[in-house]
Design a protein around this ligand. Sequence first.
Ligand SMILES: NC(=O)C1=CN([C@@H]2O[C@H](COP(=O)(O)OP(=O)(O)OC[C@H]3O[C@@H](n4cnc5c(N)ncnc54)[C@H](OP(=O)(O)O)[C@@H]3O)[C@@H](O)[C@H]2O)C=CC1
Ligand SMILES: [Cu+2]
Length: 460
Amino acid sequence: MEKTCTVMLPLTMNSSEKRENVCIFGTGDFGRSLGLKMLQCGYSVVFGSRNPRTSRLLPNGAEVLSYSEAAQKSDIILIAIHREHYEFLTDLIEVLKGKILVDVSNNLKINQYPESNAEYLAQLVPGAHVVKAFNTISAWALQSGALDASRQVFVCGNDSKAKQRVVDIVRTLGLTPLDQGSLSAATEIENYPLQLFPMWRFPFYLSAALCLFFFIYCVIREVIYPYVQEKEDSTFRMAISIPNRVFPITALTLLALVYLPGVIAAILQLYRGTKYQRFPDWLDHWMLCRKQLGLVALGFAFLHAIYTLVIPIRYYVRWRIRNTTITQVITKKDNPFITSMAWLSDSYVSLGILGFFLFVLLGITSLPSVSNMMNWREFRFVQSKLGYLTLILCTAHTLVYGGRRFLSPSILRWYLPSAYVLALIIPCTVLVIKFILIMPCINKTLMRIRQGWERNSKYS
Ligand SMILES: NC(=O)C1=CN([C@@H]2O[C@H](COP(=O)(O)OP(=O)(O)OC[C@H]3O[C@@H](n4cnc5c(N)ncnc54)[C@H](OP(=O)(O)O)[C@@H]3O)[C@@H](O)[C@H]2O)C=CC1
Ligand SMILES: [Cu+2]
């Protein structure tokens, strides 16, 4: 039966069970943490060290020997040493012959060396079976048990038996092994811990660029223009009014950008007449970070909702209402109630609330804990149908808010239209193309392409 250690176990063992010997080279932070965890999980640990006599802080129960003596005690050796110090291993080539060497090392920079550390180790000790593993786990997490988010251990190696031995150890330590194939995958595995939120980078930079662009655009139209034309100081608008334009615009644009690659892919498939041709890399990458784009968009929608809630308590708004009322009293004139205006205002608020609700629902269903409970069809239904409905509602919310104002030439300031007009370009384009794509004649061709029809027809 497989033994698995997920909690700190006492160092007791059934005397009839033979402890498996594991050797760890290096008594640094990582070597010690690994050794402790292995002892807790029932392994017998032998450390190899330059100074076996003076090595301190080692876990109780572990043996410490010189590197060559320790190597003889086990056929599996974890090399917890930095790559820069690997050269001394060439003196141990004879002892290490046929042994499994586990490379746990990381670098300081992405692609720091021409070859991966694991491949370098394999070149230095050609008679050994090198396996890459454990580099994504930190010494601190191993010791403190704070491994919740990072239980995954990528494993790769050319010898399948050696790899299986390492996979078994990973499982026994209560971690999740992920086989990445041959040793050539080591470069990618070594680069992995050095990447900072790889899938979030594009959405993050894109949303920052959109925010900056729309902020500057709105400042030009709403702060600089009134100052130049009428010497009016509207700088206070930069605190709430302008952010509350920039955030919904960014949210809507990002949401549309979640669905844009899908329609571009469909157009490409229609144009090529086949689905068996790779999409360009940029499109692939864009498709892969749609979830992150959507979640960032949801964040901006939240900001818009919060900024909108504070409108009634703003000084400027209260002043304007008070002033209009007083002016009406003085001039003894009141504004007639216009039903169409009431309709417009209520509709845009209602569309906004519904759009936001569906947006939140989309965000929740994209979380792994929720999406894992759905089958593929349900997930597609939510993310595609509900997603498009959200996009339609949010676009309609913006259109109704702008109403006829968007079309009137008086809204131009220095020939610049309202920022909302720009914000509507991408969502409207996506929706129009999607509408064309779902028209029966086009949809049928697309479905046939997606079902691999032209490939089957070759054989029929
Ligand atoms: N710390 C961490 O959280 C993680 C570390 N790693 C990897 O584990 C490896 C070890 O890291 P870590 O334990 O933090 O590093 P340390 O610097 O704490 O330990 C390295 C050990 O290497 C041994 N060593 C052998 N030859 C030399 C030499 N010429 N000069 C210096 N030391 C030598 C030493 O052990 P001795 O004195 O007994 O000979 C030393 O204690 C690295 O490759 C690192 O990338 C991977 C994942 C996480
Ligand atoms: Cu809104």
